[in-house]
Design a protein around this ligand. Sequence first.
Ligand code: ACO
Length: 324
Amino acid sequence: MSHARIIGSGSYLPPRIVTNDQLAADLAQRQIETSDAWITERTGIRQRHLADDGVTSSELAAEAGRAALENAGVGPQDIDLIIVATSTPDFIFPSTACLVQSKLGIKGGPAFDVQAVCSGFVYALTTAEALIRAGRARTALVIGAEVFSRILDWNDRSTCVLFGDGAGAVVLQASEEPGIVGAKLHADGSYAGILNTAGSVSHGCVVGDPFLRMDGQAVFKLAVTALTKSAAEVCAQAGVPVESIDWLVPHQANVRILSAISRRLGVPDEKVIVTLDKHANTSAASVPLAFDAARRDGRIKAGDLVLMQGVGGGFTWGSVLVRM
Ligand code: ACO
């Protein structure tokens, strides 16, 4: 088996939906001014799903994972690798992947987390593909799961309106037929300062800043440049023209970022999967959530060429090109 194919997908969103108007009303009680008009116009976000207190990434991840196993028609006994992409793990350790393994009754194979913030899912998928192609695993459960609401400063209107909670998952299996046909990851740690949550736990106390901080305009520019280059790079690697992409599934950060990338690549808007309006930015969960939504509503079909792209803190970015 020299390839790895996606054979199923699933996702899960916490049931509590908070619209922009509801969020603006909540923030107004604390004298923080925002509006549905500002959020929609600047970002494309109309609502987000938020997990109730106490609900963890591993719980969202397990629900998404269960749905993906069912969709793929495989059982817990078939999974011999679990990778969870998250920057909001339940604990410092054990990993969220180990907790998911236990929740789903999966046994024996390796389970670990990947931390690449909003690029986490493409990092995890690329890692799983490499392990499968090397013969180290046969059927992998790859999940992106986040409760970003826990690391938001709800007094900072420039960040707290942007994010939501959720999880998405795929099952990747060894195959004779090509599935993942290209993958390329990048990082540039010199940009760590433009997007971070720079706190830690030491001697029983939080040290540093426990909340997400961002230079929005710097992130915006870097995201557009990095993802445009990355798309061209991974298509060249696979030997296919960018125009042959059937679906672009980018990280869902800002609709203006998505439009800028699709315009530069010459990919028509109707080929770009957008869930940002309903989910907001769910970090590592955004790509698999969007992918699963488009598979389930029948847009992404067998034989389609799908480009998944992640970009986020680190700075990290990357693309995975998939033949369905
Ligand atoms: N409601 C109302 N006004 C606001 C809000 C808000 N929620 N947030 C900021 N403003 C105000 C600012 O205070 C500023 O006011 P001023 O002109 O009086 O100073 C004004 O709106 C404009 O602020 P900017 O930051 O210049 O607005 P911009 O058009 O750059 O939009 C945004 C900000 C949406 C964050 C944009 O820069 C962006 O999307 N950047 C990309 C970053 C991103 O998506 N990050 C997600 C995480 S990283 C990732 O996923 C890749």
